[in-house]
Structures are given as C-alpha cells and as structure tokens.
Design a protein around this ligand. Structure first.
Ligand code: ACM
Length: 639
C-alpha cells in the first residue's frame, strides 16, 4: 500500500513537471518532461560534435544537420566518431544507447544542455533526428533564416528533456488533386512537417478533378485524367467548361518523381501513404477509361463545375456518374493494375483505397448492378459497396499491403483486416475499434485544416469551420474506446479552395502545430494560454523562414444579437486571451487609441459598417476586419 502511494506521488509529480510551462522555452510539440538547467550553452566555431556507439544511419542524421548549420552560421563543424578521451565542455555529444532505454521506445530521446555541454541519447537514430528538431527550436529564431546568419551568439537554454511520442501515427494528408502541387512544393510540405515530428504524409492522389500519379500500364490516366480547364474562384461553383476549352490545368508525378519524394521523406523519417480513392470520387479515372462506369457515355475530368447535389445531413446524389462500376470485372482488372504499381512503388505498409462519399443513384439504375445483387445476394447498395471494398481489399492484401479506407467502408460490412480512417467525427472510429479494427482518427470537427479558421468576414470561404482552439482540444482516443486500437491521427488538408503553396502554409499553420501536439505530446501536457505563447514564438521563426501562417487566432469572432426594440448589438470574441480589439462605426480605420471592445456593443442606428483591429499590448497582431451592418443583422437573425 505504501509502495503504491509512493508510486502515485512520483507519477503525479512527474506529470505536474510535464504540464508546467518553462519560461523562455517554446517547444512544439510539448515534450513529455522538461525542466530548466541553470547554465546552457553557446555554440561556436570550436564546438565539437561527437557520436558515441553510433552507426551509419546515426552519422547521416547528424552530418545532415551539421551541414545545414555550417551553411547558415559559417562554422566548420564536423562529426567525430572517435570515442572521446576527455570530458571537456563546448561539446555536443550524441550517444546511441548500447542497451535500449525502455522509456524512450523507438523514437524517443533525452536531451540535456548544461554546463556548456549538450548530451543527447536515443535508442535509434530517429531519436537523434527528433532531438535535433528540438535543438533547432531551442536555438535563436534566426536558425530558420532563409539568409546566411553570421556573428550570431547561438545560445541554447539549459534544459533537461525526456521525450517520446504518444502515437505511432502522426500524419498530415495533402490533397494534391483538387489543386496540383509540384514535387518541390511537396518537399517543402515534408520539410515543414518534419520540424514538428510528424511521421506520415498521406498523399491523396486521385479524385474527380484529377489523377496525379503515373501508372505505366494505364497511360490514359495521366494523358487524359491529369488535366482540366483552368479556372479561378470558388471550386465547385465554376461555369461548365466549353466543349473545346483547353485543358491546361493539372499535372502528375512520374514514378521517378514519386521515388524521389519517398527518399526525401525517408531522410526526414516520414513515410508516404498513397491514396487512390474508389469507387466514388473517380471522375478522372472514368474520363480516361469510360468503360469503367456503369453508365455508358463520355466523361471529362471535373473542372470545378457542380456535379453533385449535397442535400445536407450527409446525404447526396451525383448529377454525373463519378463512380467505378462494382458489377464490371474490368474494374477489378483495372484496380489490380493500379494497386500493383502503387504497391511496388511505395514501401509503406498501408495503401488507402478511399471509399468515401460514393453516390449510389446511378448504381440504382444499372441492370448490371441489379444482376450483381441477385447473384451475390446483396440486399442493398451499402452491401454492394461493401462487396466492392472487399474485392479491393483482396487485391491490396494480395500485394502484401494493409488496406485503409475512410469510415464509409464500415457500411454494409467492413472488410477483414481493414484499417479505418475516421473522418465523420469519431463515430466510425469508435465503431471500428469496437469491432477490433485499427483506427486512425481524423475527425472533421477537429482536424480538417481546409476549413475556415476565423471569422467569415475575413477568411477565405469554405463549407464549415474549425478554429485553432478546437484543433488544440483534439484527443485521438474517443471516450470508451480501447486505446490499443487507435494508431494515432492526422490533420487533413483538402485543397478545393487552396490554389497555391502560400495558401497551403496559411491553412496549415498554426492548426498543424495543434495537431502535432495532440499526436506527439501527452494528453493535456500544455495549457491553452501557454500553447498560444509558444505559437507566437514559432510565428517569429516563420517570419525568418519566410513561411506564411494565419494570424486568425488574434482576430475576433464576431457575434451579433438584437435586443428589445430592435437594438442591434455586437460582441468581439477572442480566441487568444491576450488580444484586445479596437473598433469604429464611422468608416475610419481604428488603431489602439480607438474604443476597446469589451462586452456587447450597441451598434449606432445609422452605421454602415463595423471595422476592427487586434492588438497584443501595443503591437498590432491581427488584420483589419470590415463587416457590414447588414451582415451583422443577418447574423443576429433580424433581417
Ligand atoms: C472526406 O473528407 N470525404 C474523406
């Protein structure tokens, strides 16, 4: 009993250390345990970098960092693998544990900076890689500079850190279909992920708007399927392209490109999971090979014109049949070719087959599907979909891979051994875990990074919103679920409304900080206010790196209501607690000398617009927001 009490005491004290903020240290994701040491270290040209008990992979990890840091600082560091004979200061020593430290697991590390020495231990070289990401975050912000930085005191705070991930699956999904991103842009995406200890890049490679990977046995997939009419605005609402309109927008990755990306990601301890999305979302494939459809006709890659009816409550019908025909043997031959090449190309153990949002209304009209239902005794169209998914599962598993699908593949009966990616909230994840299947949690309510992240008055429009604070609250293990089935989670970046890489960055950061924190750090390892402080420091680093990010957390969410007598009132609600908002109704641009919004504000009867600006202390941090009084009336429901 006494031993038990002592253990509890020890455990709670470790946890409380973990949960504490350490002044001046702003590591994202939050390490498992972190404390300050009295004296840190200053890196200089004479700093020695040593590796004890290393191997080739560990040497490569450290040498890569040394080269980057030498390029930035002008230093001439090199790696010594000779066993050190002395214990002099001004040394960075990496020690690969001869006997694994069970606390650290595969990916963990310890990092101690004290007395002008830095000591790193890990069980595997990947632990060194993550320790280096942490060291970079402890160094001055200029470490991310795109310019060479000379004569800088590279001071690193004294810290003692023990760190390892909560989940093995720490992913981001990048939709390179709706808008195409070049190989170089995907590499930048990988670079940015790696800094925050993500380890899986899920590439969404096929959809209605394009087919983005070379399949050598099916050349029309990229000759036809990779191209659409070039349009700008809000994808999904575009005018239909004219019959002869040139199809100049798009692109694809050759298999050589993919090999290059896989190697690039591997050097950063990131695996790439390919997704080929079937049987819905398949217009690009059907445009290339129309015989794969249940509905005879000619098809074109969707160029952003409306082709689905979204009816609300998760219901929809297709206006144009964008599905592969489950009753056509040619479809399975086609998929065998596709997944054979995919399986040969990607070393990762999982292939994602999509399975989401498959409209069934054209299947209902298909004599071949009716015949299939009779033959296979399928009682409804969910069972038809399940029949299709099980056949795909047989194809994928026959290539030695595990199959993953969006949570729709639960409908009509899940395929044996399938892993579920739960996106429609956590319902699918809960159901799959209860059935004993592996789950990756990507609930749209928390981690859909394409959704609007601040007030609609200023953000690019989309169909729903997910604010930073909501993402920060993401816990991949739903209540009542056995955690052993939850492999981890990921943030998903769909790109219907994302046209360029700057906007990719804007949508990712800062919410992808919060996703990284949810996936690596222990649950509730950091408080919201401290997390915001950490983000601010990383924003400054991003300024040096010339990376874009969204300042939305500084800006107000604007609420409106109507009081008795028709009086309109407005409230500016903060997300980050330390911001203040100043406002005007007289059409001028406010600054911090204008009235400060604190509670509900009465809107002057004849005002035309509200303008507001955000400050943290005396520093302007948010953008000007202008919203019309008519829009406020709409929000108040009084128009
Ligand atoms: C999805 O967002 N349709 C998986």
């Amino acid at each position: 009993m006494k031993r038990f009490c002592l253990a509890v005491l020890f455990f709670t004290s470790v946890l409380s250390v973990a949960a504490q903020a350490v002044e001046g240290v702003h590591i994202i994701p939050q390490p498992v345990s972190l404390s300050l040491q009295s004296e840190g270290m200053i890196f200089n040209n004479f700093t020695k970098v040593e590796l004890e008990n290393g191997n080739e992979e560990a040497e490569k990890v450290i040498r890569t960092w040394i080269t980057q840091f030498n390029d930035l600082s002008g230093y001439n560091w090199f790696l010594s693998t000779v066993k050190p004979k002395d214990n002099l200061p001004n040394v960075i020593r990496f020690i690969l544990n001869a006997k694994p430290n069970p606390v650290l697991g595969k990916e963990g590390y310890t990092l101690e900076v004290a007395g002008n020495r830095t000591i790193i231990t890990a069980n595997q070289p990947v632990g060194f890689y993550y320790a280096i990401q942490t060291i970079k975050q402890l160094l001055p912000k200029e470490v991310l500079s795109v310019k060479i930085v000379r004569n800088k005191a590279w001071k690193i705070a004294g810290v003692k850190i023990t760190d390892y991930p909560r989940f093995e699956w720490r992913g981001l999904m990048f939709d390179v279909v709706r808008h195409f991103f070049t190989k170089e842009e995907v590499k930048r995406f990988i670079d940015e992920m790696a800094e925050y200890k993500y380890n899986i890049l899920h590439l969404h490679l096929s959809d209605d708007q394009g087919w983005r990977i070379e399949i050598k046995s099916l050349p029309k997939l990229t000759e036809v399927g990779a191209w659409r009419a070039d349009k700008t605005g809000r994808l999904g609402t575009f005018s239909p392209p004219a019959a002869n309109e040139p199809r100049t927008y798009g692109g694809f990755y050759t298999q050589e490109d993919i090999k290059e990306l896989i190697a690039y990601a591997k050097d950063r301890y990131i695996e790439i999971m390919p997704e080929i999305d079937v049987p819905g979302h398949s217009m690009a494939a059907v445009a290339a090979y129309p015989e794969l459809s249940c509905t005879p006709g000619t098809y074109q890659v969707n160029s952003g014109e409306k082709f689905m009816n979204w009816l609300g409550g998760g219901k929809f019908t297709a206006i144009v049949d964008n599905t592969l025909c489950p009753a056509n043997e040619k479809v399975y031959e086609f998929l065998d070719k596709v997944y054979t090449e995919i399986a040969e190309l990607f070393p990762f153990g999982y292939i994602h087959m999509g399975g989401d949002e498959c409209a069934k209304n054209f299947w209902q009209k298909s004599a071949a599907v009716t015949e299939l239902m009779k033959r296979e005794k399928l009682k409804d169209y969910d069972e038809v979909q399940s029949y299709f998914v099980k056949r795909v599962s047989n194809i994928i598993t026959s290539k030695g891979k595990k199959m993953m699908g969006w949570d729709e593949i639960l409908e009509g009966g899940i395929a044996q051994g399938a892993t579920i990616m739960s996106w429609r909230g956590d319902k699918g994840g809960i159901e799959a875990a209860k059935l004993g299947h592996e789950v990756v949690m990507t609930p749209n309510t928390f981690v859909y990074l394409d959704l609007v992240q601040g007030d609609a008055a200023i953000e690019p429009p989309n169909y729903d919103k997910v604010y930073l604070k909501k993402t920060f609250e993401f816990n991949p293990v739903p209540a009542g679920v056995d955690a052993k089935f939850i492999k981890g989670g990921q943030g998903n970046l769909w790109t219907e409304q994302i046209y360029n890489f700057r906007q990719v960055q804007y949508m990712l950061w800062p919410r992808a900080f919060a996703v990284a924190n949810a996936l690596w750090s222990q649950h509730k390892a950091i408080e919201w206010n401290q997390f915001v402080k950490n983000i601010e420091q990383h924003f400054e680093r991003f300024d040096y790196a010339e990376r874009k990010y969204a300042p939305s957390m500084y800006e107000p969410l604007i609420e409106a209501r109507t009081q008795a007598g028709g009086l309109l009132e407005v409230k500016l609600v903060p997300e980050a607690n330390h911001t203040t908002f100043h406002y005007s109704f007289d059409n001028s641009y406010p600054d911090r000398f204008y009235p400060k919004a604190t509670d509900w504000i009465t809107v002057p009867k004849d005002a035309q617009m509200l303008r507001t600006i955000s400050y943290a202390g005396d520093k302007q941090v948010g953008r000007f927001i202008t919203i019309s009084i008519d829009e406020l009336k709409k929000r108040a429901g009084s128009k």
